[in-house]
Design a protein around this ligand. Structure first.
Ligand SMILES: Nc1ncnc2c1ncn2[C@@H]1O[C@H](COP(=O)(O)OP(=O)(O)OP(=O)(O)O)[C@@H](O)[C@H]1O
Length: 273
């Protein structure tokens, strides 16, 4: 059951995922154990290609484990995770629809009447700071505005679990900080469970209650879990300057660096071979 708030608890039990490869198969992650209490914000970090997205896709129900299982509030996940909403680096805005219609689209698919969905969408467009841009089309928006539209698109469905894969990875640094702050503003008090994948340790620590470190692949697994006891609510523009932040950063980076180097050595040896 959810521990605090309405978001579901998520557990991965000895999850192994292998992909077909030229040489037979490639085991991306092996026996991953991970528990995320309901309502918590957990960030997953690790070197490039270690399997962060693979883990997220397993929780989304997009990728079935070759072994092990995923539990959502104690029940084994089978097929798509219908309690989850997604936010990826690439947004999924429909170019021929306006901001308002893009935000309302998920509700349309759910069969919610036009009047109600447009009313809700108008509210969400305002909440993400896009009031006045309801009738704009995606190509008329900046990267940050597109991201705001995507955030509204995800949150309007009120998913209890949010799965985010480098959602702000393509944004410039300033826009990214603003969006991270706004994400925390939306999440605080919502009770939603969040799994957030990022390359960026700064971002992981700033946002999360806990950072989980995956080892270098192949057969990546969880090699570290680090609680982030920074007070909330957090203002990310200030928090990165706090000495406690630097301390947490140092302790995680000491381990992450080893995994990054292991990936680097592996790639160099592969190139030489
Ligand atoms: N569909 C697929 N078929 C074959 N191999 C795949 C597939 N998807 C991922 N892989 C491999 O599995 C490993 C893990 O990939 P994944 O995308 O989960 O890693 P990641 O940590 O999210 O990567 P990045 O940091 O680059 O975003 C990589 O070596 C990748 O090449």
């Amino acid at each position: 059951m959810a521990e605090n708030g309405s978001g579901p608890a998520v557990a991965l039990e000895a999850v192994t995922i292998a992909y077909p490869a030229a040489t037979g198969k490639y085991t991306a992650v092996s026996e991953v154990d991970l528990t995320v209490p309901g309502g918590r914000f957990v960030a997953i970090v690790g070197p490039t290609g270690c399997g962060k997205s693979t883990v997220l896709n397993a929780v989304a129900g997009l990728r079935e484990p070759s072994a092990g299982r995923v539990l959502v509030d104690g029940e084994e996940l089978r097929g798509l995770n219908r309690r989850a909403g997604y936010l990826f680096q690439q947004d999924a805005l429909l170019p021929w629809k306006t901001v308002l219609d893009n935000v309302a689209f998920g509700l349309e698919l759910r069969g919610i009447g036009k009047r109600e969905r447009l009313e809700l969408a108008r509210d969400w467009v305002r909440r993400v700071g896009l009031g006045g841009f309801e009738q704009s089309y995606p190509h008329q928006l900046s990267g940050g505005m597109r991201k705001r539209t995507a955030v509204a698109q995800t949150w309007i469905g009120d998913p209890a679990l949010l799965l985010m894969d480098e959602p702000f990875g393509a944004l410039d640094v300033q826009t990214r900080q603003v969006m991270e702050n706004e994400l925390l503003g939306l999440w605080t008090g919502s009770g939603k469970t969040v799994l957030f994948v990022t390359h960026d340790l700064d971002e992981a620590i700033s946002l999360a209650d806990e950072v989980v470190l995956l080892s270098a692949g192949p057969a990546s697994r969880v090699v570290g879990r680090y609680p982030v006891d920074l007070p909330r609510p957090r203002d990310l523009l200030d928090i990165r300057a706090a000495p406690e932040f630097t301390e947490i950063y140092r302790s995680i980076w000491a381990d992450l660096r080893d995994e990054v180097m292991a990936t680097y050595d592996r790639d160099v040896n592969r190139t030489k071979a």
